[in-house]
Write a protein that binds this ligand. Structure first.
Ligand code: SF4
Length: 346
């Protein structure tokens, strides 16, 4: 039998598939901004009062997404799972043949075994649990919903008992949890969560903008903890874990684990929200929401990097950016691998 070439083998170990030159259309369908948590950093903190989409509206949008050829439908809120029509919406998407139906959730609904069973039976392919701390003190402190961590854990256990394999994790990195990211990484590893993103908080809007000083860490303080969390994952055999929304100069030893390095080549991502639509969310983020600065001139990673959040630069400036003049052979190889790889849905 022919042996796998090293690059192909590495791509396989990262859970990625060779690129065939075509972007996948991913529609992020916002159901509305109502939520049963009240996260301090929530980007939608100022939008809670906006009306929820109706069931009919969602079903029409799912049909339109299918007709447009969407391969990935990511259903998000607020918290989409608290809607009485959530199972119906998921089932409709699967019945219409959307390949990957994904839902980002705070996980609390899954504490009810019957609800967990109904949602899995509707055909959801992947769930992204938002876990913001390794224990109730940190997680509930950020969600401002006492008992939310206990419910999330019960939800995880119920899904494990049902044999559900599409479990993923998201963690928003803020001052309050950055030091415990390695412990949270061990929590994810213990639960066998193979896709995790450690997401540097977005302070352009919502809760993190309103309470910037309380929540937003310096990237030079957060990056070592984020890199250590990725290393915990690698030691546990989890090579798909990623950091998101970070300047690459703080992550040169793990360039193959940065979400935005390759997603622009892999997905055409549209956002369909109650109050806006965005027909190229990835490109507009790089142009409007994040910035590189004059300090970045001559940096070897310039073309692959999105820099820092605009609001971050306004408040903290750019003194932490350190243009990369030289990359080790291993770092360059990891960057090439990341750009070639293809992820299934994020
Ligand atoms: S110096 Fe600028 S372009 Fe280079 S990695 Fe840092 S933020 Fe990105």
């Amino acid at each position: 039998m022919k042996k796998a070439r090293p690059a192909a083998r590495a791509a396989r170990d990262h859970g990625e598939i060779a690129v065939k030159g075509r972007k996948r259309l991913k529609i992020v369908l916002f159901t509305g901004y109502a939520c049963n948590n009240n996260c301090l950093f929530c980007i939608d903190a100022d939008k809670r009062g906006l009306p929820q989409k109706s069931t009919a509206e969602l079903l029409r949008e799912i049909m339109r997404a299918r007709n447009r050829g969407a391969e990935v439908l990511e259903i998000i809120g607020g918290e989409a799972t608290i809607r009485p029509d959530f199972v119906r919406v998921v089932a409709a998407a699967k019945r219409l043949g959307v390949k990957d139906v994904v839902c980002a959730t705070n996980g609390r609904v899954f504490a009810d075994p019957a609800a967990a069973k109904r949602i899995i039976r509707a055909g959801v392919d992947a769930l992204i649990f938002s876990v913001h701390g390794p224990d109730a003190r940190v997680h509930d402190g950020l969600t401002r919903a006492p008992g939310s961590f206990a419910q999330l854990r019960r939800g995880l256990a119920n899904l494990e008992a049902l044999g559900f394999r599409g479990m993923n994790g998201n963690t928003t990195v803020v001052k309050q949890n950055m030091a415990v990211l390695p412990r949270l990484a061990r929590f994810y590893a213990r639960h066998g969560v193979e896709n995790v993103e450690f997401i540097f908080v977005d302070p352009n809007y919502g809760g993190a903008k309103n309470a910037f000083g309380e929540l937003v860490p310096r990237i030079s303080d957060a990056a070592p903890y984020m890199r250590e969390a990725l290393a915990v994952g690698r030691r546990a055999g989890m090579f798909r874990w990623k950091a998101r929304y970070v300047p690459l100069c703080h992550f040169t030893d793990c360039l193959d684990q940065i979400s935005e390095v390759n997603e622009r080549n892999l997905f055409q991502t549209e956002h369909w929200a109650p109050d806006f639509t965005n027909s190229d969310a990835v490109a507009s983020r790089a142009v409007v929401s994040r910035k590189k600065t004059a300090r970045c001139r001559g940096c070897l990673l310039y073309d692959d990097c999105e820099g820092l959040w605009v609001e971050y630069l306004k408040r903290y400036g750019d003194s932490e950016l350190k243009p990369v003049k030289k990359l080790g052979a291993g770092d360059s190889a990891r960057l090439r691998l990341a750009k070639r790889g293809r992820r299934r849905w994020r």
